[in-house]
Design a protein around this ligand. Structure first.
Ligand SMILES: [Mg+2]
Length: 452
């Protein structure tokens, strides 16, 4: 087949009003609007490459502007020129004049991610494979050719990465069979625990989740010990002693506050506290982890960790019990592969952040390939909202495992009807009285300032 050439692109701003159902609420954001900056590359062969990054509503137009700044670079490029050395493709997207805009962190990192996600989607589609299978079928040499090792070589090199991958090859065939039988990636449930839910809603959601086979549950905490103890105690009582409970405070505390607060919850049997403080405070996480260890409470972070260098340092500083990389924040699958390898080297499990629209769809690929090719272990966050907006929605088996994706691509295609209703600001929802009220509230999500 002659080469696939990228002929054009479209960038779209999609915002779901999830705050109306209290979905996405946490101690730092009282009105989370799951939003996506979407890029769709068209080609001369009719195939499209679809990718997106996530934001929480306001500012999604900035993400789209970032994508618009990068996407023209790829028009006229052949797919093979981009995939023959994906490490170079990753290096190039953050290079040149654009480097002053701080790619590898912040909004430009999200924009790079959307572009690379679309390229990986196109690559997997062109190979007729779901993305996880494309990666699993790589030789170790092909695998490391997708990673830019710049800034990592004090911890991992292409040579040591190949050794690590080879050391994981025994048992890979059996792990692949498990993936094909949907027995690779158990889910954990966050949908029970959004902060805006009443106690009754938490209990009803929990009972549904138990019926659906979940054994791990996460609750947002941080609005006071009395309420946290009541809600966690209820979950412990209903879910039983064997259920694994996790907590998340979304960066609310200073380091010493986290160290003071969490022991008061220790008797409830918690696996970890997620994002106890600023995601940039690597040494702070290490201090909290050390202080909470005697109480049996671990530390997790990752959804706001910008890049592979920060993950490298978090691992070097022994600051984490779980690496929660975000498939919509790192620099595409390229950088995810680097973080998966470093986590395996340090023996820390990767439990991707997957708590928003579209994340579960992408992370199903990430955790499956991690399970088969790298760590042999997996656990992945699951939320139950908005899957119906995607052409290849994530789903769970009755036993509580993710269904391994089977359709070629990176599950990036979004149904047109979702844009008709929720594209911003032209979609039908955003023209309603409620939608306009939300659009015009410039302080949406800020305690004491929100007017809608
Ligand atoms: Mg979180």
């Amino acid at each position: 087949m002659s080469d696939i050439i990228i002929t054009g692109y479209k960038v779209r701003d999609l915002r779901f009003p999830t705050s109306l159902d209290q979905i996405g609420t946490d101690p730092m954001n009282l009105a989370g609007e799951n939003a996506l900056g979407v890029v769709i590359f068209s080609t001369n062969k009719g195939l499209v490459g679809s990718g997106f990054s996530f934001s929480n509503g306001q500012g999604n137009e900035v993400l789209c502007a970032g994508i618009n700044a990068l996407a023209p670079r790829y028009v006229g490029r052949t797919l093979s020129s981009l995939t023959e050395n994906m490490a170079v493709t990753q290096r190039e997207i953050v290079s040149g004049q654009i480097r002053f805009m701080s790619p590898e962190r912040g909004v430009m990192q999200l924009a790079c991610n959307a572009i690379l996600n679309a390229l990986w989607d196109l690559w997997a589609k062109s190979e007729g494979k779901p993305l996880w299978r494309l990666v699993v079928d790589f030789t170790p040499e092909e695998f490391v050719r997708c990673i830019d090792f710049r800034y990592l070589s004090d911890v991992i090199t292409p040579e040591s990465a190949i050794e690590l991958l080879k050391s994981m090859e025994p048992g890979k065939k059996e792990r692949l069979e498990k993936a094909l039988k949907n027995q690779a990636v158990p889910g954990y449930n966050t949908s029970v625990g959004w902060l805006g839910f009443s106690d009754e809603e938490v209990e009803a959601k929990l009972r549904q989740a138990l019926d659906a086979g979940f054994k791990h549950f996460k609750l947002k905490v941080g609005l006071g010990l009395e309420s946290d103890r009541r809600r966690l105690g209820m979950i412990r009582k209903v879910a039983g002693d064997k259920a694994i409970l996790m907590t998340d405070v979304n960066q609310l505390w200073d380091v010493d506050q986290a160290i003071e607060y969490m022991p008061h919850l220790a008797d409830l049997g918690l696996w970890f506290i997620e994002e106890p403080t600023s995601p940039d405070d690597i040494l702070g996480h290490a201090k909290i982890r050390k202080a909470l260890k005697p109480y049996g409470i671990g530390v997790a972070t990752g959804e706001h960790v910008n890049n592979r260098v920060m993950f490298k340092q978090l691992l070097q500083a022994e600051a984490l019990d779980a690496v929660q990389l975000d498939a919509m924040r790192l620099c595409g699958i390229n950088e995810i592969l680097a973080v998966l390898l470093m986590s395996a080297k340090y023996g820390i499990p990767v439990i991707p952040h997957s708590g928003g629209a579209g994340m579960t769809e992408l992370c199903a690929h990430v955790s499956t390939l991690d399970f088969v090719s790298i760590s042999g272990k997996a656990l992945l966050e699951y939320v139950d909202h908005l899957h119906e907006k995607f052409e290849q929605p994530a789903s769970m088996t009755p036993e509580g495992f993710y269904t391994s994706p089977t359709i070629p691509g990176y599950s990036g295609d979004i149904k047109e009807e979702a844009f008709t209703e929720f594209e911003y600001p032209s979609g039908s929802f955003w023209k309603t009285e409620q939608g306009l009220k939300m659009v015009n509230d410039k302080w949406r999500g800020v305690l004491g300032r929100q007017t809608s």
